[in-house]
Design a protein around this ligand. Structure first.
Ligand SMILES: NC(=O)C1=CN([C@@H]2O[C@H](COP(=O)(O)OP(=O)(O)OC[C@H]3O[C@@H](n4cnc5c(N)ncnc54)[C@H](OP(=O)(O)O)[C@@H]3O)[C@@H](O)[C@H]2O)C=CC1
Ligand SMILES: O=C(O)C1=N[C@H](C(=O)O)C[C@H](O)C1
Length: 279
């Protein structure tokens, strides 16, 4: 349905997968609040306690007439796009279904393995996919600033460390955002992140190796998402940071990404593409 025009009311029909989750509920609220978007379906996994409930009710909006189901095929067939903040295995599965249905797939899921990423790239040969470890305007702008700072402050003078803290339920580390910011720093330095990152330090580590990008992870309480990129020189330190105060920032970004992607040619796009931050 992706190539087709919007629905009779001129809106884009969107499906939320993982509708009962923290982000699923925020996405339902964002769709209701944004002109041009309409909630057309809500999916949860087989056996979920949310099945059969109204999507609006679980998001605190009152009934919207959309029942949560575990059968994505008929729902995707009537949609223009899918918003997906679930788990890596589920996102790979939904990427295949969205590609078959030729609908837009917005993926916020983090913690994907290189194999998962390869399967998502393959699906993007047929579908328009927007994927980002962070859908907020603030973090994507921060990534541009980090890239510039890393380019201006070379590895002989400044060490780069990335610190993140999230709520105690988060299952992947480092966060998708920390990796996105690490990629931005690596791009600024013209290096490959996977060859220069230090993801864990423990015990007698020896001195820091010049040119590496270090990651540190904190977990606790209900923290939505705090990130700092620290550029540490001799005698001075620069810290570029972002604190998320409401999951609505990610949900609004995801709906904006779907509206932007509708009607574009197949490919894998980033939030920097959506927000025009590279032009
Ligand atoms: N890119 C961004 O801007 C952001 C990304 N995220 C990422 O989004 C993901 C979800 O985060 P969050 O909402 O906090 O997590 P939650 O665990 O609250 O929500 C995930 C939801 O997806 C459901 N789910 C899992 N597998 C399937 C499946 N196969 N079919 C249907 N539903 C499924 C889960 O069901 P069940 O509970 O039964 O397993 C759950 O309801 C994480 O990877 C997180 O890092 C989060 C915020 C912002
Ligand atoms: O799991 C979360 O909650 C979040 N995940 C994303 C990440 O891994 O960076 C984005 C945000 O920080 C919240």
């Amino acid at each position: 349905m992706s190539g087709e025009a919007n629905n009779a009311a001129g809106e884009m029909n969107l499906v939320v997968v993982g509708a009962g989750g923290r982000m699923g509920q925020a996405l339902i609220r964002a769709i209701q609040a944004i002109d041009g978007a309409r909630l057309a379906g809500a999916i949860e996994r087989e056996g979920s306690p949310h099945l059969g409930r109204d999507a609006g009710e679980i998001a605190g909006l009152g009934a919207l007439g959309i029942t949560i189901t575990d059968d994505p095929l008929p729902v995707f067939a009537k949609a223009h796009g899918v918003l997906d903040f679930t788990s890596p295995g589920a996102s790979v599965y939904f990427a295949g279904l969205a590609a078959q249905a030729r609908i837009v797939h917005v993926i916020g899921t983090t913690g994907c393995s290189p194999e998962d990423e390869a399967q998502i790239r393959a699906a993007a040969r047929h579908a328009v996919i927007v994927k980002s470890g962070n859908m907020s305007l603030g973090v994507n702008l921060l990534s541009v600033l980090v890239e510039k700072a890393a380019k201006a402050l070379g590895p002989e003078d400044f060490d780069i460390e990335i610190l993140e803290m999230h709520h105690k339920h988060k299952v992947d580390a480092p966060s998708g955002t920390a990796l996105l910011l690490g990629e931005a720093a690596a791009r600024g330095r013209n290096i490959n992140l996977s060859e220069h990152s230090v993801r864990v330090r423990d015990g007698y580590t020896g001195p820091r190796e010049d040119g590496t990008i270090g990651f540190a992870t904190l977990r606790g309480g209900s923290v939505i998402g705090d990130h700092s990129v620290i550029l540490a020189g001799t005698g001075e330190t620069i810290t570029l940071s972002h604190q998320a105060q409401d999951r609505a920032i990610f949900a609004r970004g995801a709906v904006k990404a779907a509206l932007w992607a509708h009607g574009r040619k197949p490919g894998l796009y980033s939030m920097r593409d959506v927000l025009g931050l590279d032009s």
